[in-house]
Design a protein around this ligand. Structure first.
Ligand code: ZN
Length: 294
C-alpha cells in the first residue's frame, strides 16, 4: 500500500467509524416523553424506583407525567426531581373523565393547587365538540393562561377552535394529534394556531410505513418540526411494563427524519414547553419551509 492508498484506507475507515457512531447516536436518541399517566394502581405495581428504572431502560431522559390522584406525582418527583415533569391532573378518580365538565368546584380546586407553583402543565383533559362551551372548561383555560402553563387536551378539532377563541396564545398540546388524526387536518390546525402542538402518543400504527414513516406524516413533521412531541401514554399498568418497547417503536420512525427534525421532536420541543429551555421561537416562520423528502 503506497502513501496515498494508505491515506484513503485510513479515511474510509474513519468514515465507517463516524457512520457507526452516527448510527449509534440514532439508536440512542433520547426521548422526552410528553404523555404519561401514573395512577394508584400503577403505583401499587411500580413504586418510584421501578418507574425510574423503566425510564432508564426506555431511554427516556424526561417524563411529563400526570397522576391520579394528582398528589401521587409527588412521589415520583421526589425520586427524580430533574427528570419528572409534573402535570396537574384534573381527575381524582376514573369517573371524573366523564363528569369533570359538570364539576363546578373544579376551577377553585385547581386554582388552589396551582398556587404551589411546582406544576409544569395541566391535563390531560378529555373534551368533545358537544361540550366545548362548558363553563368549567372555560375557567380551566383561563387558569392555564393565567399561570402560563401548557394544557394537555384530548379533544375534537372544534374544541381547539374554542380554546383559541378564548386564549389565542395558550400553549395546547393536542394529545394523539387529536381525535381525527389526519395529517391534512392536523397541518391545517397547526397552520392556523401558532401555539398549538401535537403529541403522537398512540399513533405509531398510523404513522408507520414498514420501518419508516408514511409520506404524509413525514411531511407534516418537516413542515412543523417545532410543534410535534412524542409520548407513550401509559394509560394502563401494562403499558408501563412495556415502556421500553414502545419507546423503541418511536425511535424507529424518528430515525427516518432529518437529524435536526428528529432531535426537536424527540426532546427539544418538550424541553422548550416544559423546561423553558431553548429558543422561544415557535412563531418563527422558518419552520413552515416546505422540505422535500429525499
Ligand atoms: Zn393519555
Amino acid at each position: 500500500m503506497n502513501t496515498t492508498e494508505s491515506a484513503m484506507h485510513h479515511t474510509s475507515r474513519l468514515l465507517v467509524m463516524l457512520f457507526a457512531l452516527a448510527c449509534q447516536d440514532t439508536l440512542a436518541q433520547e426521548l422526552f416523553d410528553a404523555h404519561l399517566h401514573y395512577t394508584a394502581r400503577d403505583a401499587a405495581r411500580f413504586p418510584p424506583t421501578d418507574i425510574i428504572r423503566l425510564l432508564d431502560e426506555a431511554g427516556i431522559s424526561h417524563a411529563a407525567i400526570t397522576s391520579q390522584p394528582p398528589a401521587l406525582i409527588e412521589r415520583l418527583v421526589a425520586a427524580a426531581p430533574q427528570r419528572i415533569v409534573p402535570l396537574l391532573g384534573v381527575y381524582r378518580e376514573p369517573v371524573d373523565k366523564q363528569r369533570w365538565i359538570y364539576d363546578s368546584s373544579l376551577p377553585a380546586r385547581l386554582a388552589a393547587q396551582l398556587e404551589s407553583g411546582h406544576w409544569h402543565g395541566i391535563g390531560e383533559l378529555h373534551l368533545f365538540a358537544a361540550d366545548r362551551d362548558s363553563d368549567v372548561f372555560r375557567q380551566v383555560v383561563s387558569l392555564a393562561e393565567q399561570y402560563r402553563l401548557p394544557l394537555l387536551l384530548h379533544a375534537d378539532p372544534a374544541v381547539i377552535d374554542t380554546v383559541y377563541k378564548l386564549a389565542p396564545e395558550l400553549t395546547v398540546v393536542w394529545a394523539h394529534a387529536g381525535t381525527f388524526p389526519y395529517p391534512d387536518l392536523v397541518a391545517d390546525y397547526l397552520g392556523r394556531y401558532p401555539a398549538l402542538h401535537i403529541d403522537l402518543s398512540m399513533r405509531d400504527e398510523r404513522l408507520a410505513d414498514g420501518d419508516g414513516l408514511r409520506d404524509d406524516w413525514y411531511e407534516l413533521m418537516v413542515v412543523f418540526p417545532e410543534r410535534v412531541l412524542v409520548g407513550v401514554d401509559t394509560f394502563s399498568t401494562a403499558r408501563w411494563e412495556s415502556l421500553p418497547q414502545h419507546a423503541e417503536r418511536i425511535r424507529q420512525w424518528l430515525q427516518v427524519l432529518p437529524a435536526g427534525v428528529a432531535g426537536r421532536i424527540a426532546t427539544g420541543n418538550a424541553e422548550r414547553l416544559y423546561l423553558k429551555k431553548g429558543p422561544d421561537t415557535f412563531f418563527d416562520q422558518s419552520d413552515k419551509t416546505r422540505l422535500i423528502k429525499q
